[in-house]
Write a protein of this length. Structure first.
Lengths: 333, 360
């Protein structure tokens, strides 16, 4: 238990350090790109108006003072107000978070639910036509650009077949205080295409991972011994092989989940999904520094949290990583 | 005499080798394998690495996987030809009537499953026993193999056990359902000598107690001599000599068996260089070239021109009446009854124990 707390504390410490460096980079980066004032203030504004806006936004101070002020406020939980919207940046992002999470989780579930069986199938019959077809398909999943696949999905399912809506999010209901669109069939219909689009890359990844792991595990002595015990193939695959497969799978799914949240930007843009990614793009366009910083802070925290979760799951799944609850390795017999 | 528990008849086994230029070729890895085992008896299967010992074990259990396959022969277990059975029937036998343990104790147990899980599933795959009773049986089996505190062991994972303990667990799993036949594929090779001796004794005692027959695969002649009733010496996919263990080890008739015994460190004079058989076990020949001469001829000190041309007949016919007639004085009648050799020039022994080869 103590080991677990140390692990959590260390992780939080690390992420605090990352947050510090990251915020500094964003400050310098946005400063280097251009002057937000030039975008926010109308072109025909007088110098007085510009100076007033600069004072309101705190942009008249030198950069290092702005940064120190930011740090001071951040420690009190205030990440500043959006230049463009005038609202607290954190609130803006948290408002969009459920939509992105909904999309990311749906995509991950699709990737897992399809990826594990397909990967197992290909791993059990690596030479068969079906197995090879699955592998060929997964190469497409890797190599086709997300935006193009998204456009093709819209073309096929919305334009030609007319089955699913091309963009936007369906009606939302409050589930446990979060506005989610999973409650209605219309919400599902809106979610399906973007989730599928986002899932494709990860689906390909999981298929390859499961297939490789399956082929590897089938060569192991413990599988041969399980067969010698007279176990049914269902149990050998479902328990002996799959449980060993879960370890690398959890790591990759965890990492990928983080990046899906962070980089769902393309999909959200194509499908006009009102998530964080779209907000980020809009904010970068107007150099809305507080929103960019707040967005990246949330992403860093999410990554930290997910990695922590993966580590804990790992310990749960792999007995060899558990802190010695029982006796350690004995020497001799 | 009762019908033997296991009877392997004229078993031929090949491995398909893919060739880019030459096309696929079948390599003859087991050739005319022929032996039998009575209920409750112990058979030692010896030979150098790569001579087909493990493959024989896997073939009996139906665990051969492509590219290896059986092309001919019969494996009669309790009168039933295993090669005619479907996978479901074989699965019913495996782990229940015929069990097997493997060489590397570090790899045999699944690292992410607890010992109790791995034991209970072995019981419940064959007998609808409630978990509690299965656990009790598992604990008994562990205790029988000399593991202390079996209740605690059951709750542990393989990595918490030493190599010796893991192999004991694997053997306990194999013996859980009191199989009629246990195939042990060099299970103690990776262990230290003391542990090895203990395990061998325990397995021997348990098999005797349960009435299980045992095939112990090993390259260690000394170990087999202390354990087995009978011995099969394999070379390059063939059984070259078989018979009662004492007879074969005291008066081996095949030059290869002689070489193996001479090369064994036990009973060797310290300080003297250890005799060895020159050369290595040949790679399995393509099926088309199999049977051209004795496989051991290139390494054999007694080889003649004939050895390079025709392969000696399988043991059943090798000890022919003519040999007996030619060398009546050199034959111990008791040994001749069952000791069989596959050689053109089997060794014979004069009354004072000196060796000579028969020259036809």
């Amino acid at each position: 238990m103590l080991g677990m707390l140390v692990l959590i504390a260390r992780r939080l410490g690390q992420s605090a350090l990352v947050l510090l460096v990251m915020s500094l980079l964003v400050f310098v980066g946005v400063f280097a790109i251009g002057d937000p004032l030039a975008i926010l203030v109308s072109p025909d504004a007088t110098p007085e108006e510009i100076a007033r806006s600069a004072r309101e936004l705190g942009l008249q101070q030198p950069l290092w003072q702005q940064y120190l002020l930011f740090l001071q406020q951040a420690l009190q939980g205030n990440l500043g107000r959006s230049f463009a919207h005038g609202e607290p940046a954190m609130a803006l992002i948290l408002e969009r978070l459920p939509a992105t999470l909904e999309l990311a989780i749906s995509a991950t579930v699709i990737a897992i639910v399809l990826g594990i069986p397909l990967g197992l199938w290909a791993g059990l019959r690596p030479r068969s036509l079906s197995g090879q077809s699955i592998m060929a398909g997964s190469i497409l999943g890797f190599s086709l650009p997300t935006f193009w696949v998204g456009l093709m999905l819209i073309m096929l399912f919305s334009v030609w077949l007319g089955w699913l809506p091309a963009s936007g999010r369906g009606p939302v209901q409050s589930v446990l205080g979060l506005p989610l669109s999973l409650g209605s069939s219309e919400g599902w219909r809106h979610l399906l295409l973007p989730a599928l689009n986002l899932a494709l890359f990860k689906l390909a990844l999981i298929i390859r991972l499961v297939r490789a792991g399956c082929i590897e595990a089938l060569r192991q002595d413990y599988v041969r011994f399980a067969r010698a015990k007279g176990l049914h193939p269902r149990r050998i695959i479902g328990v002996h092989v799959l449980k060993n497969l879960l370890l690398p799978l959890i790591t990759v799914i965890g990492l990928e989940f983080g990046s899906v949240i962070a980089f769902s930007i393309v999909t959200e843009t194509i499908f006009a999904w009102p998530g964080m990614g779209k907000l980020l793009i809009d904010s970068i366009n107007v150099l809305d520094r507080p929103v960019i910083v707040a967005y990246l802070c949330i992403i860093v925290l999410l990554f930290t949290l997910i990695n922590l979760l993966v580590d804990l799951l790992y310990v749960l799944l792999d007995p060899r990583l558990r802190p010695s609850t029982a006796t350690p390795q004995r020497a001799g017999t | 005499m009762n019908a033997p528990l296991l009877q392997v008849e004229q078993l031929d086994c090949v491995v398909r080798q893919a060739g880019v230029l030459t096309g696929d070729a079948d390599l003859a890895v087991l050739q005319q394998l022929d032996f039998s085992l009575q209920r409750g008896r112990i058979l030692g299967l010896v030979g150098e690495s790569g001579c087909g010992k493990s493959m024989t074990g896997n073939a009996i259990l139906g665990l051969l996987e492509p590219p290896a396959r059986i092309v001919r022969g019969r494996i009669l277990f309790d009168g039933v030809d295993l090669l005619q059975q479907d996978e479901a029937a074989l699965r019913g036998l495996r782990g229940d009537r015929i069990a097997m343990v493997f060489q590397d104790p570090m790899m045999t147990l699944n690292p992410v499953l607890r010992i109790d899980t791995q034991m209970i599933e072995a019981i419940q795959a064959h007998h609808p026993l409630p978990r509690k009773q299965a656990l009790a049986r598992a604990a008994t089996a562990l205790a029988q193999l000399g593991l202390h505190d079996p209740q605690q062991r059951l709750r542990e994972y393989p990595h918490q056990l030493s190599g010796g303990m893991r192999q004991r667990v694997a053997i306990a799993i194999a013996l859980l359902n009191q199989p009629a036949l246990l195939i042990a594929d060099e299970p103690t090779t990776a262990l230290d000598v003391t542990t090895q001796r203990q395990i061998v004794q325990q397995v021997q005692a348990l098999c005797r107690e349960q009435g299980s027959a045992l095939i112990w695969i090993s390259h260690d002649l000394a170990l087999v001599s202390s354990l087995a009733d009978e011995i099969c010496v394999m070379y390059a996919g063939r059984i070259v000599e078989r018979g009662p263990v004492q007879a074969v080890l005291q008066q081996p008739r095949h030059p290869y068996t002689r070489g193996l015994i001479d090369a064994a460190p036990a009973g060797h004079v310290p300080g003297q260089p250890l005799p060895q058989i020159p050369g290595n076990v040949p790679l399995p020949p393509p099926l088309s070239q199999a049977g051209r001469g004795c496989a051991f001829a290139p390494r054999c000190g007694y080889a003649s021109a004939r050895c390079g041309e025709t392969e000696p007949a399988p043991p059943e016919q090798a000890v022919s009446a003519t040999h007996r007639a030619t060398h009546p004085a050199t034959h111990h009648a008791t040994h001749r009854a069952t000791q069989r050799v596959r050689c053109h020039h089997p060794l014979v022994y004069s009354a004072d124990g000196a060796t000579e080869a028969i020259t036809p």
